[in-house]
Design a protein around this ligand. Structure first.
Ligand code: GZL
Length: 313
């Protein structure tokens, strides 16, 4: 009798162990800003592929650069009862009301790549993003060193109201202010895109072409547009007019190899794994760091050829 019971207990234990209890398949909402730059596309792919690797159901919304579309998407995710939300907020402000609705529904929110200003920090769990002030300082410090602190600079700003635009301007400006010989003689948004960046640079060249020593672009796409405009103006980008930007995407490395771009500061777009780790922890009710900051460095023209093949975005 005892032997039979022991065999039965062993058989039950074995069968229980062989049953893989699937983790609950998570349903995640991802409100993305749009597809304005190569960087943005790399970030979208990172989140989508990571969600797929983890067996999530990902509900994706492209806001076409409009906050009202992101707010609509968040409300739709609540109505669908998602388990968690990833939000790349197009601008810093205007999120309190909709995030209070999301919080009331008990759905955690992780921000990727851009921060927000809210009255109640508990309206989002964590921000996975770079330090944009630091990025601006890296670009400014490199330019100050390259020009021995004497340069007339034109600035192509990112989208109005966006955290990276505000903070990259702030960081770069703090460095420029340290050098009496450095001046930002013009500054305007190029809306993160190559087309608009070229258009704005054409206007800068038309109004003060021969005074311009350098271009500081808040992202590589605008820098590539500016490079085109400089060439069409008849000057050598990277030599007659220095060009420094931020993102570190492949096309920027190609421009450095060609001698057109002098430097680009890394800004990691491959945030999918970190964002989904943070969201899973939040869903499980675990503590999550409020700001999971990405470490960035500057990449220089002279190193681009040896680095380009190993770049991941
Ligand atoms: C930075 C990100 C910015 C990139 C741009 O985290 O928000 O938006 O620098 C992108 O290329 O458009």
């Amino acid at each position: 009798m005892k032997k039979t019971l022991a065999k039965f207990a062993a058989a039950v234990a074995l069968s229980a162990a062989s049953v893989i209890v699937p983790a609950k398949e998570l349903v995640i909402g991802f409100s993305q800003i749009g597809a304005e730059s190569a960087w943005r596309s790399a970030e979208t792919e990172s989140v989508k592929s990571e969600a797929k690797n983890r067996g999530y159901t990902l509900k994706f919304s492209d806001a076409q650069q409009k906050q009202e579309n992101q707010i609509k998407a968040l409300r739709s995710f609540v109505a669908q009862g998602v388990d968690g939300i990833v939000l790349a907020p197009v601008v810093e402000t205007g999120w309190d009301r909709v995030l209070r609705e999301v919080k009331r529904a008990g759905i955690p929110v992780v921000l990727v790549d851009r921060g927000i200003k809210v009255s109640d920090p508990s309206l989002y769990t964590s921000l996975v993003a770079s330090d944009f002030v630091f990025e601006g300082k890296l670009a400014g410090s490199w330019l100050a060193q390259k020009t021995h602190g004497i340069a007339n600079v034109v600035e192509l700003q990112g989208g109005p109201g966006a955290a990276p635009a505000i903070d990259r301007k702030k960081g770069f400006g703090e460095i420029v202010d340290e050098f009496a010989g450095m001046n930002i003689i013009a500054s305007q948004t190029g809306e993160w895109t190559r087309t608009k960046g070229k258009e704005v640079m054409e206007a800068f060249l038309k109004s003060q072409g021969d005074k311009i020593d350098a271009v500081y672009a808040h992202n590589d796409d605008m820098a590539l547009g500016a490079i085109q405009a400089i060439k069409e103006y008849g000057k050598k980008p990277g030599k007659d007019i220095l060009v420094v930007s931020i993102d570190g995407v492949k096309s920027a490395f190609e421009a450095m190899v060609d001698g057109d771009l002098n430097a680009t500061v890394d800004c990691n777009p491959l945030l999918g794994p970190l964002a989904l780790d943070a969201l899973e922890a939040a869903i499980a009710g675990k503590e999550v760091e409020k700001w999971i900051v990405q470490k960035d460095k500057i990449n220089l023209m002279q190193d681009a050829a040896s680095m380009i093949s190993s770049r991941k975005f």
